[in-house]
Design a protein around this ligand. Structure first.
Ligand code: IMP
Ligand code: MG
Length: 178
């Protein structure tokens, strides 16, 4: 696995430090509330599990899954629900937990969908963002790191379901996916 990585973008230590900061901001912003963290599967799973342990509040978690890239490294923009949330989010404070925002189309779909359940609020927390790749307006409330347009893997992010268990985030060698 490691030999498929061009270079490491964020080490485990970088990620840990980033999570501590995100966690304390969320803890401050949601004082007296019990936010529902909705993790977007599968990429967001590792981020969610580490993130909630930096949040010093009672929280709920749930999972949402849409059709993914499959083996491609480009977003199709076509989304299909694979797993819906099980929590009643009516009047609740929702935090969407994403691994990475690329075109922003997935997120746009999710936000529209969740708003139909009339939550009290919806905020976006993403570990990574590719601002140059946005195809729609994206408002991020909690951001880990901004990156360029390279394809990255590790810490939950995959290419063809591989590399999710890398403890760091790295740029995948081009020859792996071309
Ligand atoms: P969007 O709809 O184009 O914003 O797609 C976002 C989703 O595409 C993310 O949740 C990831 O699952 C996937 N994705 C986008 N860029 C990357 C990447 O560099 N590595 C791995 N997955 C990615
Ligand atoms: Mg994803």
């Amino acid at each position: 696995m490691h030999s498929d990585i061009e270079y490491v973008l964020f080490s485990k230590e970088d990620i840990d430090n980033c999570l501590k900061q995100l966690g304390s901001r969320i803890t401050k912003d949601y004082q007296g509330k019990k936010p529902v963290f909705i993790c977007i599967l599968r990429g967001g799973a590792i981020f969610l599990s580490d993130l909630i342990r930096t949040v010093d509040l009672p929280v709920e978690i749930d999972f949402f899954s849409l059709s993914s890239y499959g083996k491609s490294t480009k977003s199709s923009g076509i989304v299909k629900i694979r797993k819906d949330i099980d929590t009643d989010i009516f009047n609740k404070h929702v935090v969407i937990v994403e691994d990475i925002i690329d075109s922003g189309l997935t997120l746009e779909y999710i936000i529209d969908y969740l708003h139909k359940h009339q939550p009290a609020s919806v905020k976006i927390c993403t570990l990574l963002d590719k601002p140059d790749a946005h195809k729609t307006e994206v408002k991020i409330d909690y951001l880990g790191f901004e990156i360029g347009n390279s394809f990255v893997v590790g810490y939950g992010l995959d290419y063809a379901e591989k590399y999710r268990n890398l403890p760091y985030i790295g740029v995948l060698k081009k020859e792996i996916y071309t």
